[in-house]
Design a protein around this ligand. Structure first.
Ligand code: DOR
Ligand code: ZN
Length: 342
């Protein structure tokens, strides 16, 4: 096959940041995706209607009005069911995000004990609002490579039992346990999958030396987990859909004694996914994963229009950015087999 045309896709998990960084990165997402679920882990986090409405304007200024940012409410211990309900009703936000406190970048205001947000979750279940979850425990006694599977055992299993009608997206899954949990759960439980967790196993972190640009959270896992996540993504199951988790950090913040977690994959996101689907002999499953399953799960219409990828070599530069914003994209310095042509 030399060319692949699919319905215009959406990104169900992205970090667009703010200020100069937003202006640099948002156009990359808007070029490939019609809509995106935008993470709220700004400083300060998005917890009010006013902050969300203002942020949406800044995103439109950066990305253009054809792009539809779907904002998220950042759940804290003080999460307010009335505010959540109001913002959902007014189409200010589409989902709420659960960060266990201190699990990842800008999650210090996250939830310390799930019981603190039970009233908010009750309301979300009633109104049909999606809960997006960063599924890792923060217990320092738990090995960093086990934090997702332990989260499933200690937290998620009980949550799904207590809120059987709550729509839950387990974000950026990285393990065989997560793929199986989602597969076996009710139709109210789904998962997003990033390009990096399809391409990389944990050897990539140490390939010839320490590789900060392969570091994200949840951290990439053993090969058997990568294979399980690839199988889930390419299975055709409506429970699995595209969420890049594109998470840009300035190069100096990645290449540091204490480097930030996050991989900037927005510029070549579809090219990255399509390689995986091709390798798995599942090009016919890409459209469902990228353009249908997520919208159906969120109860939103499918996009009009299409995008096309040509099977033409595509050189990814070492650096991208404008002015002071210096970024290293995922696949930097390598050649991808496909090119996005709009
Ligand atoms: O790698 C990550 N980067 N994982 C997250 O959960 C947050 C993100 C970020 O905001 O940088
Ligand atoms: Zn994320």
């Amino acid at each position: 096959m030399q060319s692949l045309t699919i319905r215009r896709p959406d990104d169900w998990h992205v970090h667009l940041r703010d200020g100069d960084m937003l202006r640099v990165v948002a156009p990359f997402t808007a070029r490939q995706f019609a809509r995106a679920i935008v993470m709220p882990n700004l400083v300060p986090p998005i917890t009010t209607l006013g902050a969300a409405v203002d942020y949406r304007e800044r995103i439109w200024d950066a990305a253009g009005r054809e792009f539809t940012p779907l904002l998220t409410y950042y759940l804290t211990d003080d999460a307010d069911a009335e505010v959540i309900d109001h913002g959902f009703n007014d189409n200010v936000w589409t989902a709420a995000k659960l960060y266990p406190a201190n699990a990842t970048t800008n999650s210090a205001f996250g939830v310390t004990d799930l019981r603190n947000i039970y009233p908010a979750l009750e309301r979300m279940q009633t109104i049909g609002m999606v809960l997006c979850i960063h599924g890792e425990v923060t217990d320092p006694d738990v090995d960093v490579f086990d934090r997702e599977s332990v989260f499933i055992d200690r937290i998620l299993t009980g949550l799904v039992r207590d809120f059987p009608n709550l729509k839950i997206v387990l974000e950026h899954i990285t393990t065989a346990e997560a793929a199986q949990f989602v597969r076996d759960a009710s139709e109210n439980v789904a998962a997003t999958i990033t390009p990096q967790h399809l391409h990389l196993n944990r050897n990539a972190l140490f390939h010839g030396g320490l590789r900060p640009h392969a570091y994200c959270l949840p951290v990439v896992k053993r090969e058997k987990h990568r294979l399980a996540v690839r199988a889930a993504a390419t299975s055709g199951s409506p429970k699995f859909f595209l969420g890049t988790d594109s998470a840009p950090h300035p190069r100096h913040a990645k290449e540091s004694a204490c480097g930030c977690a996050g991989i900037f994959n927005a510029p070549y996101a579809l090219e990255s996914y399509v390689e995986v689907f091709e390798e798995e002999g599942a090009l016919d499953k890409l459209e469902g994963f990228a353009s249908e399953h997520g919208a159906r799960f969120y109860g939103l219409p499918l996009n009009e229009g299409t995008v096309t990828l040509n099977r033409e070599a595509n050189d990814v530069p070492d650096r991208l950015g404008v002015g002071d914003i210096d970024l290293t994209p995922f696949h930097a310095g390598s050649e991808l087999r496909w090119t996005f042509v709009d």
